[in-house]
Design a protein around this ligand. Structure first.
Ligand code: AMP
Length: 396
């Protein structure tokens, strides 16, 4: 079955066409600047890439362009749209309603709309993409795969904030967690790679990318994760502050003449390693700057690793032990220094890293020594493949 995986943002759209039998990517691409002017980058596997400027006044126009490139005689990979048998959509927020992926119908869409308030930047864009696909591919079954769903197994002690309970009841204020598709994919892959029984495995997944989160997975279920009501909580990220004393909001608002929304915007977009270093949110730039003697870049890297190590320690405590720590996403898969720095804090857990193995990049690999008490691994994430698998499982 050929499955189209869609990830719609407010002005962008990422897609992959995946053959569910071979799990090969047939084509992938990106539409940018939707509603502004429009740019499409289309990469058919085994053929030359195409990059064009094209008018994209709406998401429907963008989806239409994607479909015409997928079926194009030169850069296409299928003869006819009828070859696309299902579409899997990434949806950021499923609230408490969706603990797993679901086939999209009118009722489901109405329920997803109710979650818009919880993710006002993301869910409406996801829904626009869903509507555009439904209009252009009528009758093709479509599935919503939620970033939050995997974490719905968290117990109350992990998801409730220390706030008046009525805010949870009235406004659904609680911790939801994100990156669920990635945490789920990696935590399932770990026992497969190690040939161990996942049901008895305590794993801590460190998804370290531009957005970063950590997840404690006990017997295949998420029991805690570092992102919260929004993706702002937890680790220090590319541009997000992560955990913070909330009183800082009022203080900065007063000093800078900002309202709460203005400060939250700073916490989301101008903070994290970018804000600390003043150099970049990209770890490659920070590494270069740090080697050149930039103290703030060095501090940003230290702060990032320290926070990751603290979360790993707290999740080892939460699960009363840890068998596997898995690093994934852009930084986790590529940055050997970050992995080594984080693990250096974890010697008390009996962790020992094999320096040679840790030099790997973007491949599945055990990076701990044979006598390390905890297995440390790199497991590249593949959210698109996870979405395609979920989609096939639900429509077949
Ligand atoms: P992601 O959000 O998972 O796509 O990760 C993107 C981030 O990964 C970038 O902003 C970089 O900070 C980091 N990254 C990507 N490649 C490398 C690399 N080779 N070395 C270090 N960090 C990297």
């Amino acid at each position: 079955m050929k499955v189209l995986v869609m990830n719609c943002g407010s002005s962008s759209l990422k897609y992959q066409l995946i053959d569910s039998v071979s799990e090969a990517v047939l084509a992938k691409g990106l539409c940018e600047r939707i509603g502004i002017d429009g740019r499409l980058t289309h990469k058919p596997t085994g053929k030359d890439s195409v990059a064009i400027e094209a008018d994209m006044p709406s998401h429907k126009a963008a989806v239409s362009l994607v479909l015409s490139h997928l079926t194009d005689p030169v850069c296409g990979v299928i003869r006819d749209l009828s070859e696309i048998e299902a579409v899997g959509h990434r949806v950021v927020h499923g609230g408490e309603k969706f603990a797993r992926s679901v086939v999209l119908n009118g009722e489901v869409i109405a329920e997803v709309e109710k979650c818009n308030e919880l993710a006002p930047l993301h869910n409406p864009a996801n829904l626009i993409g869903i509507n555009a696909c439904q209009e252009l591919m009528p009758g093709v079954p479509m599935v919503a795969v939620f970033d939050t769903a995997f974490h719905q197994t968290m117990p109350k002690k992990a998801y409730l904030y220390g706030l008046p309970y009525e805010y949870y009841e009235k406004y659904k204020v609680r911790r939801y967690g994100f990156h669920g598709t990635s945490h789920s994919y990696v935590s399932k892959r770990v026992p497969e790679i190690l040939n161990r029984d996942g049901a008895s495995l305590k794993t801590i997944v460190c998804h370290l990318g531009n957005g970063s989160s950590i997840c404690a997975v006990d017997g295949g279920q998420s029991v805690d994760t570092s992102m919260g009501f929004t993706p702002l909580e937890g680790l220090v990220m590319g541009t997000r502050s992560g955990d913070l004393d909330p009183a800082v909001l009022e203080y900065i608002a007063g000093k800078e003449g900002l309202d709460v929304g203005g400060v939250v915007n700073v916490l989301n977009k101008k903070s994290g390693v970018q804000g600390i270093s003043g150099v970049s949110s990209d770890f490659r730039d920070l590494d270069t700057a740090s080697r050149e003697g930039n103290e703030r870049a060095a501090a940003a890297l230290d702060i990032f690793c320290y926070r990751v190590a603290k979360y790993v320690g707290s999740y080892a405590a939460a699960m009363n032990g840890v068998d596997v720590i898995a690093f994934t996403a852009g930084i986790g898969e590529n940055d050997a220094n970050v992995r080594a720095e984080v693990c250096a804090y974890l010697g008390y857990l009996g962790i020992a890293i094999d320096g040679e193995a840790n030099r790997c990049r973007g491949e599945e690999k055990v990076i701990s020594t044979a006598d390390s008490k905890v297995t440390v691994m790199v497991v590249p994430t593949n959210e698109e493949l996870a979405i395609a698998r979920e989609t096939v499982a639900l429509v077949q």
